[in-house]
Ligand binder design. Structure first.
Ligand SMILES: NC(=O)c1ccc[n+]([C@@H]2O[C@H](COP(=O)([O-])OP(=O)(O)OC[C@H]3O[C@@H](n4cnc5c(N)ncnc54)[C@H](OP(=O)(O)O)[C@@H]3O)[C@@H](O)[C@H]2O)c1
Length: 325
């Protein structure tokens, strides 16, 4: 019988565990749909929910959790909930976290991530989330290439970890190799996770190796390449799905989970959420062949403007990043 992805737990560098399959909560359309997505996922065995202040869905995640707790389906301690502080709130992560906790109806999150190593010019409430000048350019509080305020923001997360009971672990997201190398010598607590776009079309082995060598686990967002699920069209993914008699989504998740990384799929299709929970036992050779697809033709699907200058490879439109070592 095929193993279940929902039963796999990975151990973080602080000894805590994270369920390997997490449900993403970026809204597909109406954010309130996320409530049913979360309920469906938890009832199907997921124990990990990935959200963020920026997504505007914490309210609906919170409504789902309340219903599940009230009905006795799960207890708070059975779940792993992640939220994140957005760059326009870089100056006040604890305030952002307090808003997230109140909106989620929780008194702690399992993981609090710095969403991006970037400082955007938000007010005391982190607004606007995308501050722009009259020409439409992002307004920064710090230079995205040479600035170091992103390190101050991470220090604020460390203080929350040390001085409160509001978070069990802290980590980062969208850190390139260059940014991780800048951060690590300055930290007291190594981030437990770096959450990045990752799938067979986007190799970035140097970043993954560096993170893992330093005890930072990778969590893969956009595991099927986001809207339109382009990764699932790869012939090799389709072949493997046929071979193991699972869905293409399950092959995409297995690519990460079998290599010690959590995978964070999102879906507005409740049937899909329920049925992508198996873990096919892909061989080492098959995992290597999937990796090779990206080496030959690397493609990144999330190319947000606030990622410019961070030093990522293949970031479409990024003319700021130099050839960092
Ligand atoms: N840290 C960050 O900066 C960051 C950035 C991006 C994402 N994330 C996290 O990662 C989660 C997932 O990433 P994502 O939202 O970019 O995308 P994803 O899970 O890679 O892709 C989701 C999209 O693929 C479609 N899809 C999935 N399976 C399909 C299938 N078999 N056939 C056709 N379409 C299919 C879904 O459509 P249906 O709705 O029809 O299923 C949906 O539109 C997010 O929700 C969020 O929690 C984090």
């Amino acid at each position: 019988m095929t193993q279940l992805a929902t039963s796999v737990k990975l151990t973080l560098n602080n000894g805590k565990t994270i369920p390997a399959l997490g449900l993403g909560t970026v809204p597909s359309d109406d954010p309130s749909d996320v409530k049913d997505q979360v309920i469906t996922a938890i009832k199907a065995g997921y124990r990990h929910i990935d959200t963020a202040w920026y997504y505007g869905t914490e309210k609906y995640v919170g409504e789902a959790l309340k219903e599940l707790f009230d009905e006795g389906v799960v207890k708070r301690e059975d779940l792993f909930i992640t939220t994140k502080v957005w760059p326009s709130f870089w100056h006040s992560p604890e305030k952002s976290l307090d808003i997230s906790l109140a909106t989620l109806g929780l008194d702690y999150v399992d993981l609090f991530l710095q969403h991006w190593p970037v400082a955007l010019h938000g007010d005391e409430n982190g607004l606007p989330a995308q501050p722009r000048d009259k020409d439409g350019n992002l307004i920064y509080d710090d230079d995205p290439v040479s600035g170091t305020k992103f390190i101050d923001a991470y220090h604020s997360l460390e203080q929350i970890l040390d001085n409160t009971t509001k978070v069990k672990s802290i980590g980062v997201s969208n850190y390139s190799l260059h940014k991780l190398k800048q951060l690590l010598p300055k930290v007291k607590h190594i981030p437990v996770i770096n959450q990045i776009e990752y799938h067979p079309q986007l190799p970035q082995q140097d970043l993954v190796d560096y993170a893992e060598k330093n005890g930072i686990q990778i969590s893969a967002y956009s595991p099927v390449g986001s809207n339109g699920a382009p990764v699932l069209k790869l012939p090799l993914i389709q072949e493997l799905a046929t071979k193991y008699d699972v869905t293409v989504n399950e092959v995409a998740n297995a690519y990460h989970i079998l290599q010690g990384r959590s995978s964070l799929p999102r879906s507005s299709n409740l049937e899909r959420i329920k049925t992508i929970v198996r873990l096919p036992s892909l061989t080492k050779e098959e995992l290597a062949s999937l990796y090779q697809v990206g080496v030959e033709n690397p493609t990144r699907y999330i190319n947000d403007e606030w990622g410019y200058g961070l030093g990522f490879k293949w970031w479409e439109g990024d003319t700021l990043s130099k050839d960092f070592d």
